[in-house]
Design a protein around this ligand. Structure first.
Ligand SMILES: Cc1cc2nc3c(=O)[nH]c(=O)nc-3n(C[C@H](O)[C@H](O)[C@H](O)COP(=O)(O)OP(=O)(O)OC[C@H]3O[C@@H](n4cnc5c(N)ncnc54)[C@H](O)[C@@H]3O)c2cc1C
Length: 285
């Protein structure tokens, strides 16, 4: 199996990786010294676009239009840029083992990558309702949003369920953004969240009241103080109803779940000190 050796490796090919690669080049990294290893099939891009312009009904954003670093008004780093600068992109490559003491990574395909310096940029993964064993949560047309593939699937469902009904589970950024973009697509939207108001960690009651009023004016139905406890599906396995803890049942052609994320650090378990679910520092530092 192939063995690759680099002075610097960035594991993870998301937003941080793109911006870090640009900075490495600005700081004079030499061709062949830096590699990015990413599970995703595409070069680093501005992930925030996925819950916004990517889902617009007219002229939706598509790659290569939003590769990093356009989100901050910087240069758009196309795959050719990485080539020109001698930064190796190992895409569709999942690292399944990290040995920090040996400075070595192993991919799912069995390749070995060694390095002198590692940048951990594995980001977060979504929390799924199936993680909590919510009944029926594996039905088709229940969506989460993290990567381009997730956004493509949601986009297809929006087109397939024209003028249909969506239930958005969660009252945070993802819930609010997805509700807005679903309304732009003329989907009937109900948001459900357990807190007394949306974005409770950031918004005061007054700020939230403004947004909730604004959303209601745009036709978003908001149900607060309860949670989704189960889903039923039709004979094709597609979600049909959302059951709420307070006993209500909502019809749904599409469900979008935005109930938070957690840092992807399982590769480094036992090799790092953790804090609040993330990496605080390497154990031997
Ligand atoms: C839909 C959506 C909308 C958002 N909107 C906003 C916004 O408007 N404003 C804002 O500030 N933030 C927003 N965020 C948050 C923002 O996108 C994140 O803070 C940012 O992506 C974090 O960058 P990162 O590089 O740490 O992780 P990520 O961008 O998540 O990148 C992690 C990368 O690591 C890869 N990876 C993970 N494990 C492995 C492995 N074992 N092997 C190989 N590759 C691996 C992943 O596939 C991914 O490519 C949004 C997030 C989402 C999902």
């Amino acid at each position: 199996m192939a063995e690759h050796s680099f002075k610097y490796i960035i594991v993870g090919g998301g937003v941080s990786a793109g911006y870090a690669a640009k900075e490495f080049v600005n700081q004079g990294v030499k061709p062949g010294e830096l590699a990015i290893i990413s599970k995703e099939a595409v070069a680093p891009y501005e992930r925030p676009a996925l819950s916004k312009a990517y889902l617009f009904p007219e002229s939706p954003a598509r790659l290569p239009g939003f590769h990093t670093c356009v989100g901050s008004g910087g240069e758009r780093l196309l795959p050719e840029w990485y080539n020109e600068k001698g930064v190796q992109l190992h895409l569709s490559t999942e690292i399944v083992k990290a040995d920090l003491a040996a400075k070595s990574l192993t991919s799912a395909k069995g390749e070995t990558f060694t390095y002198q310096t590692l940048v951990i940029a594995t980001g977060s993964t979504v929390i799924r309702l199936t993680d909590f064993g919510v009944e029926g949560a594996d039905a088709k047309n229940i969506f989460y949003l993290r990567e381009v593939d997730d956004a493509d699937k949601l986009y297809e469902a929006i087109k397939a369920k024209k003028n249909g009904k969506a239930v958005v589970v969660g009252g945070g950024y993802i819930g609010l953004e997805l509700s807005a973009v679903l309304r732009l697509n003329n989907i009937d939207v109900t948001m459900v969240y357990p807190e007394p108001w949306c974005m409770p960690r950031l918004f005061t009651a007054e700020i939230a009241a403004f947004y909730e009023g604004y959303y209601a004016n745009k036709g978003v139905n908001i149900i607060k103080g309860t949670v989704a406890t189960g889903f039923t599906s039709n004979s094709d396995g597609e979600v049909k109803e959302v059951k709420l803890k307070d006993g209500r049942v909502l019809e749904a052609d599409i469900v979008v779940v935005g109930v938070g994320g957690r840092p992807q650090i399982s590769l480094f378990k036992g090799q790092v000190e953790e804090e609040k679910g993330g990496i605080k520092h390497l154990l031997w530092l």
